[in-house]
Design a protein around this ligand. Structure first.
Ligand code: ADP
Ligand code: MG
Length: 322
C-alpha cells in the first residue's frame, strides 16, 4: 500500500466532525497542500506539539494502541492546562516501514481518542525512518482568558485534580512484572491512558490564577509556576490525593513519593485566590473530577514541604530530559 492510499484509508476518516465539534471549522482538510481552518469570532488559537521517539519515550514493540493514546493524551493535556477546548490535530508519523497492521491499529485507537477528546485530524506528514510520532494540537480559548503559568499570587491555594502517583505506580507494575488483578490493571490504565482534564481546565479558568499539567511530577512542574510567577510555594505531602489502588499497591511513604515526583499523571496543578475558592468549590459540586488543595503560594522563594511538624526547603527534583 503506498503512502497516499495509507493516508486515505487510515487517516482521512479521522477528519470527520467529532461529536460536539463545529462542522464549519474545517474549510479544507486532509488532501491539499494545507488545511484551511476557521477560528471562531472572539476566540484565540492555542497550539502545542509533542513528540514520542522510540527508545527515548517508549520501548521498541510498544503496542500502537498505547502510543496513540499516550501521544494524544499528553498533547491534549497541554490544551486542558490552558483552559482550552480542543479543535484540530495534525500528525507527523515517521515509520521504519509501511506496516499496515501497525498503522491500522494505531489509526483505530487514535480514532477512539479523537472522538473522546473531540478533536479532528486535519493534516499531517508521513515519512520513513526510525519510529517517531509527533502530534500538534490546536484549541480555542475566549480571547485573553488562557490560563497561564505566570499569574500565581502570594496567598493563593495550590490545588490538584484527580489522584497523583498512579501513573508511576502503573509503570512499577510493569517493571516488576506484577501479576494482573484489578488494582494492577487500574494503575496500568492510568499509565497507558492519561485522561486529560479538559472539562476541569475549562471550569476552573474563570477562578484560577495559574495552571500547569503535571507531566514531569508535581515537584518539578510547580517549579515552572514558581519561576514564571516569581513566587515560592509550600506543599503538604500528607494532603496529596492518593487513589485507593495506589494505597493498596504500595506503602504510604512510597505512594507519597510517587505522588510528589512520579511523572505522567497528566492531572492539573493550579492556583486559586482564597476569595475565589468558595465559589469554585460550589461549581465543582456536580463535577466528576475531584479537586484537592495541597498547599499555598508564599512570598519566600523556593519550595517547602511540610514534614514532621515543620516546613522544610527542598530542591525541585522533577524529571529532567537533559
Ligand atoms: P505535501 O507533499 O504537499 O506536503 P503530503 O504528500 O505530505 O503533501 O500530504 C498529502 C496530504 O495528506 C496533506 O493534506 C497532508 O496534510 C495529509 N497527510 C499526510 N500524512 C498524514 C498523516 N499521517 N495524518 C494525516 N494527514 C496526513
Ligand atoms: Mg508533506
Amino acid at each position: 500500500m503506498d503512502e497516499f492510499a495509507l493516508i486515505r484509508r487510515y487517516f482521512q476518516p479521522l477528519q470527520q466532525p467529532r461529536q460536539g465539534t463545529a462542522e464549519e471549522s474545517v474549510s479544507v482538510g486532509i488532501g491539499d497542500d494545507c488545511a484551511v481552518l476557521n477560528v471562531p469570532e472572539g476566540r484565540q488559537l492555542v497550539v502545542s506539539i509533542d513528540t514520542l521517539v522510540e527508545g527515548t519515550h517508549f520501548l521498541a514493540d510498544t503496542p500502537p494502541e498505547q502510543l496513540a493514546w499516550r501521544l494524544l493524551g499528553a498533547c491534549v493535556s497541554d490544551l486542558a492546562a490552558m483552559g482550552a477546548t480542543p479543535s484540530w490535530l495534525t500528525l507527523a508519523l515517521t515509520l521504519p516501514h509501511a506496516d499496515e497492521a501497525w498503522v491500522s491499529a494505531f489509526s483505530a485507537a487514535l480514532s477512539e481518542a479523537t472522538q473522546l477528546y473531540r478533536i479532528r485530524l486535519v493534516g499531517g506528514d508521513t515519512t520513513r525512518g526510525p519510529l517517531t510520532l509527533t502530534a500538534q494540537v490546536h484549541g480555542f480559548v475566549k480571547t485573553d482568558t488562557a490560563l497561564l503559568r505566570s499569574n500565581a499570587q502570594i496567598g493563593d491555594l495550590i490545588c490538584v485534580t484527580g489522584t497523583l502517583g498512579d501513573s508511576r505506580a502503573g509503570l512499577e507494575t510493569l517493571l516488576t512484572k506484577s501479576s494482573s488483578n484489578t488494582v494492577v490493571e487500574y494503575l496500568r490504565q492510568r499509565f497507558y491512558r492519561p485522561q486529560p482534564r479538559i472539562s476541569t481546565g475549562q471550569l476552573i479558568s474563570a477562578y484560577a490564577s495559574a495552571c500547569i499539567d503535571i507531566s514531569d511530577g508535581l515537584l518539578g512542574d510547580i517549579q515552572h509556576i514558581m519561576d514564571q510567577s516569581e513566587v515560592g510555594a509550600q506543599i503538604n505531602p500528607e494532603a496529596l490525593p492518593l487513589s485507593a489502588e495506589i494505597q493498596h499497591f504500595t506503602d504510604d511513604k512510597t505512594a507519597r513519593e510517587w505522588a510528589l515526583s512520579g511523572g505522567e499523571d497528566f492531572e492539573l496543578c493550579f492556583t486559586v485566590p482564597p476569595e475565589q475558592w468558595l465559589s469554585l468549590q460550589a461549581h465543582l459540586q456536580n463535577h466528576d473530577v475531584q479537586v484537592t488543595p495541597v498547599g499555598a503560594i508564599c512570598e519566600a522563594k523556593g519550595l517547602q514541604l511540610f514534614s514532621q511538624g515543620e516546613w522544610c526547603a527542598v530542591a525541585a527534583n522533577g524529571y529532567k530530559h537533559f
